[in-house]
Write a protein that binds this ligand. Structure first.
Ligand SMILES: Cc1ncc(COP(=O)(O)O)c(C=O)c1O
Length: 384
């Protein structure tokens, strides 16, 4: 029996043990400590952001980032339909409502042209805010997601969000290290968010980070993630905050992982290249490649199956999983989720097509060439 091949698992090959031991030896195990500060500093410096504020999860980072962007109950936020549910959940945590947008076919991320079309047709700028004609609610922000390690086409998105004034909050949870026109993603908008959960390119066991170039916003993020306690010895709280701070133990793991990130990206890109070469020979799979603006980390290696060659993508995924090779479907489009029934969705066609045909292949940092061959073998046998 062959060993199972997981979809994406951590690679703990650096100073993880040593830094964790340091936490235990020094008694710094909780929500303060030198690794938290170091992790924030090192991640922000890596991305090229002025400030980083570490959080317990990427979802918590998104929640606070949206509050920093001024999202209020009853507002609306433009969210891609094709993303993990956390992106839209964070909007709901603010009492706001997601409006779902389509993907563009090259990057699978939110389509700038359709965002522009939606805002031109459905949005009306009144007193400096954008009102959604269909719902009467204020459209406050756009939340582009850099999907599967590939950057969204940011320039046209930023441009349209200047014309129809919307805050841009980047969800870079899946794309630490990816570059848009040479600049790493996460600090192109007002605020950006990262995730360090177990299957991300680096993990802190769990965790996230808020990135911003605005010192005032960073300070407010620091306050909101630590119960919004005023400075001083008394417990004074002028607003309702959250217990969202990352622990020193998690940050220690994160620091050790960050030291290896460039090697991890190289490994992911090597896997992507190997898969793409093999799939070109095999035929019938259209991989998510790299758009002209992109340096992708290939956090997840994904592609579209030709139904004439493979039949149903769901069946291929099920068969692979039966063989112990963990294929995954793409994210289930959010406008079809029961939890978001009734939310507006604008002309979504591409995201549904991608979801029907898309699969993600095993792509852990530590995957071996032999394991990759087994993955390709599963696909070869699935062909008609
Ligand atoms: C696009 C996206 N946004 C947000 C998150 C949330 O991150 P976390 O699991 O750390 O809360 C994830 C990953 O889980 C994600 O893939």
């Amino acid at each position: 029996m062959n060993r199972p091949i997981p979809n994406a698992v951590p690679y703990l090959g650096g100073n993880e043990w040593q830094y964790l031991k340091e936490c235990l030896d020094t008694n710094w195990v909780s929500s303060a400590g030198p690794f938290v500060n170091r992790f924030e500093h090192d991640v922000a410096a890596y991305v090229g952001a002025g400030h980083g504020v570490a959080t317990v999860s990427g979802t918590a980072a998104l929640h606070v980032a949206l509050l920093l962007a001024g999202i209020q109950p009853g507002d609306e936020v433009l969210v891609p339909a094709l993303t993990f549910v956390a992106t839209a959940n964070a909007v709901r945590y603010c009492g706001a409502v997601p409006v779902f947008m389509d993907s563009e076919p090259q990057s699978w991320a939110v389509d700038p042209e359709k965002v522009r079309e939606f805002l031109s047709r459905e949005g009306e700028v009144r007193d400096g805010r954008v009102v959604n004609r269909a719902t009467g609610r204020t459209l406050r922000a756009l939340l582009p997601v850099h999907l599967y390690g590939h950057p969204a086409d940011l320039d046209p998105l930023l441009e349209v969000c200047r014309r129809f004034p919307l805050a841009v909050v980047e969800d870079a949870a899946e794309a630490l290290g990816a570059r848009y026109k040479g600049r790493r993603v996460g600090a192109h908008g007002l605020v950006g968010c990262l995730s360090f959960n177990g299957n991300k390119i680096i993990t802190a066991g769990g965790g996230g980070m808020i990135l911003t170039n605005d010192a005032g916003l960073a300070q407010r993020a620091r306050s909101l993630t630590t119960q919004a306690r005023e400075a001083g010895s008394e417990f004074i709280h002028r607003e309702v905050g959250f217990n969202y701070r990352l622990s020193n133990i998690q940050a220690a793991l994160g620091v050790a992982q960050l030291e290896q990130l460039d090697r991890f990206i190289e490994a992911k890109r090597r896997t992507a290249q190997a898969y793409t070469e093999a799939l070109t020979r095999l035929g019938g799979v259209e991989p998510l490649g790299e758009a002209p603006w992109a340096f992708s980390t290939f956090w997840m290696y994904s592609g579209l199956l030709d139904p004439a060659r493979y039949g149903s993508a769901r069946e291929v995924i099920a068969r692979a999983n039966e063989e112990g090779v963990q294929f995954r479907p793409l994210w289930y489009p959010l406008h079809r989720q029961p939890a978001f029934a009734g939310c507006q969705a604008y002309r979504i066609e591409v995201a549904d097509r991608l979801h029907a045909r898309g699969i993600s292949l095993p792509c852990s940092v530590g995957i071996t060439p032999e394991e990759r061959e087994r993955v390709i073998g599963v696909l070869a046998r699935a062909q008609r």
